[in-house]
Design a protein around this ligand. Structure first.
Ligand code: FDP
Length: 338
């Protein structure tokens, strides 16, 4: 079979009526920016890009040089194309407006420019996550409130993993598809169409060091996974934790499994660890479109009405049956089951 490039795929999606020309251009621009981020991360120590930037982001987290570089690459690439009304990023408190003098489009872009960046200095996979929303009609200077739309309204979502290969995973709400970067040619090539996540899992990803802080239903659920064949689940489970969400989710999108960042006593006040607008929602859209499920442990992530650009939520995602069981345990403990 002849390889299908990302550009060809986007043309096919336009012809199928799944996207318009502006969204197609937006995705092309994001993909091109991600190739540049991939080049920057790939240089490692030789590029002088490792280590701390010496600054903090809005959430008080130390920024790596590559967080700042990746954010600038994405902002710069998207400023002039005429496809965006505004962008918002993990690295900036408020949305970034399109500079005067450039045409504006109908779309809002949200991104986490370099997810898992605490792994960058040790040469473990990192990634970019993005989500695209429609700018509400009549809004010319979008503010944070205009981005606060539930995940179900996303027009597109994707992530790029910068690993041994650079891989883009994308959805427009018509299946989840994977593209691998052909480094010699410089183009993303379709490597898997209509990905399906197996409904059952034998692998789980969780930061076990937080165990003592978890709520009772999480203790029960993971306890049963750990008990394996001799416990109530009657089968053994394997554990993996890369601590780069993109890499952990990509494993699930490739061979199944589940990823959990539950609420725990340590992070209860902030509502969770992962950010809904540019981490949880896009990943939930991708996983659901691949036949998986994504909840907070209590409700579907994509149905939440967000209240803040940098709002955090608990995240349970991956193989459907497993996420449903973990969610069931939480609702049962809450007394929400009749
Ligand atoms: P990071 O802070 O390095 O950007 O987005 C947050 C995130 O990484 C996820 O990529 C990752 O899954 C998680 O945090 C890792 O959390 P722990 O530090 O608890 O392992």
């Amino acid at each position: 079979m002849k390889p299908v490039s990302l550009i060809q795929f986007l043309i096919e999606e336009r012809r199928a009526g799944h996207i318009n020309a502006e969204l197609s251009l937006l995705i092309e621009v994001v993909a091109r920016a991600c190739k540049r981020i991939g080049v920057a991360t790939g240089k490692g120590a030789l590029g002088g890009v490792l280590g701390e930037a010496g600054t903090g982001n809005i959430q008080g987290e130390a920024q790596k040089k590559l967080d700042v570089i990746s954010n600038e690459i994405l902002l710069e690439a998207n400023a002039w194309g005429g496809h965006l009304a505004a962008c918002a990023s993990e690295e900036m408190e408020d949305p970034q407006q399109i500079p005067d003098g450039y045409p504006k489009g109908q779309h809002l872009l949200l991104f986490d420019p370099l997810d898992g960046s605490s792994n960058i200095d040790v040469n473990i996979s990192v990634g970019t996550i993005f989500s695209v929303l429609r700018c509400p009609d009549g809004v010319t200077e979008p503010k944070a409130e205009h981005f606060l739309q539930p995940g179900t309204t996303q027009l597109a979502a994707g992530y790029v993993v910068y690993g041994p290969a650079t891989v883009l995973v994308l959805t427009f709400g018509h299946g989840t598809h994977e593209f691998t970067l052909d480094r010699e040619v410089g183009s993303f090539v379709l490597s898997r169409r209509n990905i399906r996540i197996p409904e059952q899992a034998t692998e789980f990803a969780i930061n076990m060091s937080n165990q003592r802080h978890w709520q009772a239903p999480m203790q029960r659920y993971v306890g049963e996974l750990l008990a394996g064949r001799t416990g109530p689940r009657g089968k053994d489970f394997n554990m993996r934790w890369v601590a780069s969400m993109v890499a952990d989710v990509h494993r699930i999108v490739t061979r199944g499994g589940v990823f959990y960042y539950p609420l725990d006593a340590k992070i209860e006040k902030q509502g969770g660890k992962l950010r809904i607008m540019y981490e949880a929602n896009p990943m939930a859209f991708i996983v659901e479109q691949a036949g998986g499920a994504a909840t907070t442990g209590r409700r579907r992530i994509m149905e939440i009405q967000p209240t803040g650009l940098h709002q955090r939520v608990p995240v349970f995602l991956g193989s459907k049956e497993e996420v449903e069981l973990a969610t069931h345990y939480h609702l049962e403990a809450d007394g929400a089951m009749s």
